[in-house]
Design a protein around this ligand. Sequence first.
Ligand code: 5GP
Ligand code: ZN
Length: 113
Amino acid sequence: MNDCLFCKIVKGEIPSSKVYEDDKVLAFHDIDKKAPVHVLIIPKKHVDSIAALEATDFDTVAHIMRVAQKLAEELGLSDGFRLVANTGKDGGQTVNHLHFHLLGGRSLGWPPG
Ligand code: 5GP
Ligand code: ZN
């Protein structure tokens, strides 16, 4: 998807503040953070959302869970954190490239609005 914002970040066409990268996954700070720690973890391969995942994508999703666990530890979120993937219109998704928000560093409210 040529016009996808996060694909452009993956390709380095748009700068980002990276916190982790490997061959399958990229993690970078959200540009408009909603908590003291707010990192986005994305697959490098374009997938629209959780709703669009195909069977061959789930190994990468499992890998993202491992990256999230590692980053939560490295970023000092020992009191807890939230990992969330807004999906579709009702889910509040605004960038249509799958991403997991890793949020922490304060007590997070529940339920979401
Ligand atoms: P969504 O609303 O789709 O769940 O999350 C999209 C997130 O991407 C938002 O939290 C927004 O702040 C973040 N975002 C949008 N554009 C950029 C950008 O150019 N760079 C970075 N680092 N984050 C962005
Ligand atoms: Zn994309």
